[in-house]
Ligand binder design. Structure first.
Ligand SMILES: Cc1cc2nc3c(=O)[nH]c(=O)nc-3n(C[C@H](O)[C@H](O)[C@H](O)COP(=O)(O)OP(=O)(O)OC[C@H]3O[C@@H](n4cnc5c(N)ncnc54)[C@H](O)[C@@H]3O)c2cc1C
Length: 464
C-alpha cells in the first residue's frame, strides 16, 4: 500500500538495509580541521571504523587560510586528548604547552602529523555536497533509523555511513556585506575587491593594501584587529564602517573595561580614530556596491532610507561567519531560529550571555538532531555564535563518539577544565606576536581577566 493523502494508512516498509548491515559501515567525518581530526582520533581509540572526507588538499584547509594569525589559546587547550595519546605513541612530542601557535604552527606541529597517522582513512580533495538516508527523503519515516546515511561528493561519487559527524566549519561561508543579512546589491559583481576578515596585511597580502584606500566593515574583534594592523601601513587610507551610532561596543570600557585586554585593544583603536588615522563612519548599512572609475562605491541606506556612500579600492568584510546547513537539507534538523545551532545548545553559547571562556561543556545530548546519527560538531555546531573554542569542540566529539560506541555513561559525563586565567588571554598573544595583533574571529575572545574554574557537568549553567 502506498502513502495515502488522508491520515495514517499502513505504509509498506521497504527495508533496503538491515540495522546489522548499517552497523558495519564506517562513521563518516566531514572536514579534517582540528575538530574533525579529533573526532577521528576518538573513533580510532574506540576501534570504530571511520572515514574523514576533506574538501581541501591538506589537513586544516580552513586554518591554512588564516595561517599568519596567532591564536589566543595556548597549545595545552588546542590538542585533543585522544589525538595526543595517538601522536605520543607514535613518537611525537607536544609543543610547549604555554605557547600560542599561529594557524600555520597548528597545522605543521599538530594537524599534519595527526592526519599522517590515519593514512587513507582521510580522503583529501573530497568535498561533500549532500547527505541523505539511502532510499529516504526527509519526509519518509518508517524504517528510517536503520537506513544508512548516503553521502554525495562533488565528483558524483556516493558513500554510505552508519553515522555522520559534520565538522565542516563555517569559514567557507562568511556573512555577507549587506546590513540586513542579505547580500548588498552588486556584492557578487565586485567579489574580487572584497576580502574577508583577517587578511595577512603585513605579510603575503601586503601589496594588496599598501597605498590603497581600504574600507573595513564590521564591529567585532576581527574588524578591530584588522584595523590596528592596517594602521601600520602608513600610506593606506582607512575607513571603518559600522551599523551602530557609535563604536563604544568595539572600544569596550578602556581602563575600566571588565576585560582589560579588550579595553587595551579598544583604547588603541579609539586613539587611531580620534587622531584621524582611521575615519569612522557610523550608522552605515551596506546596501549597494558598484565598481566605479578607479575603485568601488559602497552605498549605505539606513532604515529611514537616508543614503551615504564611500569610494575605496578594496573592502574587508569583517562581518562574521554563518553555518551552511544546505548539505543536510534532506535530513531532519532542529535548528535554533536565531543562531542556527541545535536548540538545546543555543542558550549555552549565546554571545549575549557568554564569551568563549564561559560556554559550559556540552555533548551528545545538546548536539542531537531529530535525525539519529547525524551530529554537527566544532565551530559549525555553534551556528552564528562567535563563542567557539577548540577545547569545547574536543569535548563535543569525545561525547558523540562515546555515544556512537554505546558508552552512554562516558557520553553524558561531559566535562571541561579551563584554568582561572589564560585560555583567552590576549596579553600573552601580544607579547609573543607584535606583528599580526590578536587572533580572533571570536567576540569576547580577548579575555585576560581571571575566569572561574570551569568544571561543569552536562546540564550545568553558565559559569561566567
Ligand atoms: C582567525 C581565527 C582565530 C581563532 N583562534 C582561536 C583560538 O585562539 N582558540 C580556539 O580555541 N579557537 C579559535 N578559533 C575558532 C576555532 O577553534 C577555529 O575556527 C577552528 O579551526 C574550528 O575547527 P573546526 O574543525 O570546527 O572547523 P575548521 O577548522 O573550519 O575545519 C573545517 C574543515 O572542513 C572542511 N570542509 C568544509 N566544507 C566541507 C565539505 N563540504 N566537505 C568536506 N570538507 C569540508 C574545510 O576545508 C576544513 O578543513 C579561531 C578562528 C579563527 C577564524
Amino acid at each position: 500500500m502506498s502513502d495515502g493523502c488522508c491520515g495514517t494508512t499502513a505504509i509498506e516498509i521497504e527495508q533496503f538495509t538491515t540495522a546489522e548491515q548499517t552497523d558495519t559501515l564506517p562513521v563518516v567525518v566531514i572536514g579534517a580541521g582540528p575538530v574533525g581530526l579529533a573526532a577521528a582520533a576518538q573513533l580510532a581509540e574506540r576501534g570504530l571504523d571511520f572515514l574523514v572526507l576533506e574538501a581541501g588538499e591538506q589537513a586544516g584547509a580552513s586554518v591554512a587560510k588564516w595561517a599568519h594569525v596567532r591564536v589566543f589559546s595556548p597549545w595545552k587547550f588546542n590538542i585533543d586528548a585522544a589525538a595526543r595519546r595517538l601522536l605520543e605513541a607514535d613518537g611525537w612530542s607536544a609543543p610547549d604547552a604555554e605557547w600560542l601557535p599561529t594557524g600555520a604552527e597548528l597545522i605543521d606541529d599538530y594537524l599534519a602529523p595527526l592526519v599522517k597517522l590515519f593514512g587513507d582513512r582521510v580522503r583529501l580533495g573530497s568535498k561533500v555536497t549532500a547527505i541523505s538516508r539511502l532510499g529516504y527523503d526527509r519526509v519518509r519515516t518508517n524504517g528510517r533509523e536503520q537506513a544508512p546515511f548516503l553521502i554525495r561528493l562533488d565528483d558524483g561519487q556516493e558513500l554510505q555511513a552508519r553515522a555522520v559527524i559534520d565538522a565542516s566549519g563555517t569559514y567557507v561561508s562568511p556573512n555577507v556585506l549587506g546590513a540586513s543579512g542579505l547580500p548588498a546589491h552588486g556584492e557578487e559583481t565586485v567579489a574580487e575587491l572584497i576580502d574577508h576578515a583577517l587578511p595577512d596585511v603585513l605579510g603575503t597580502d601586503r601589496d594588496r593594501y599598501e597605498g590603497t584606500r581600504v574600507l573595513v566593515v564590521g564591529a567585532g574583534h576581527s574588524a578591530a584587529t584588522t584595523l590596528l594592523t592596517l594602521a601600520q601601513l602608513e600610506d593606506t587610507p582607512i575607513t571603518w564602517a559600522i551599523r551602530a551610532g557609535n563604536a563604544s561596543r568595539t572600544y569596550g570600557g578602556g581602563e575600566a573595561d571588565a576585560l582589560p585586554a579588550r579595553g587595551a585593544l579598544g583604547t588603541r583603536l579609539h586613539a587611531l580614530v580620534a587622531s584621524g588615522r582611521i575615519q569612522l563612519v557610523t550608522g552605515f548599512f551596506a546596501h549597494r556596491v558598484a565598481a566605479v572609475d578607479g575603485g568601488v562605491e559602497v552605498i549605505s541606506r539606513d532604515p529611514s532610507g537616508a543614503e551615504q556612500s564611500i569610494v575605496v579600492d578594496r573592502i574587508i568584510s569583517a562581518t562574521g561567519y554563518r553555518p551552511d546547513h544546505s548539505i543536510a537539507a534532506e535530513l531532519r534538523l532542529d535548528l535554533d531560529p536565531i543562531l542556527g545551532s541545535t536548540r538545546q545548545l543555543a542558550p549555552l553559547i549565546d554571545p549575549n550571555q557568554h564569551s568563549c571562556g564561559t560556554v559550559p561543556p556540552h555533548g551528545v545530548d545538546e548536539l542531537a538532531h531529530p535525525e539519529p546519527g547525524y551530529y554537527e560538531v566544532g565551530v559549525k555546531s555553534y551556528g552564528r555564535a562567535p563563542t567557539f573554542l577548540m577545547a569545547t569542540g574536543y569535548e563535543q566529539v569525545r561525547s558523540v563518539v562515546a555515544a556512537l560506541a554505546g558508552d552512554w555513561e562516558a557520553a553524558r559525563d561531559v566535562q571541561l577544565d579551563l584554568p582561572e586565567t589564560g585560555v583567552c588571554s590576549s596579553s600573552l598573544a601580544e607579547a609573543q606576536e607584535q606583528r599580526v595583533g590578536l587572533a580572533t574571529g571570536i567576540s569576547g575572545g580577548l579575555l585576560s581577566t581571571p575566569l572561574p574554574l570551569v568544571t561543569v557537568s552536562s546540564g550545568g549553567g553558565c559559569c561566567g
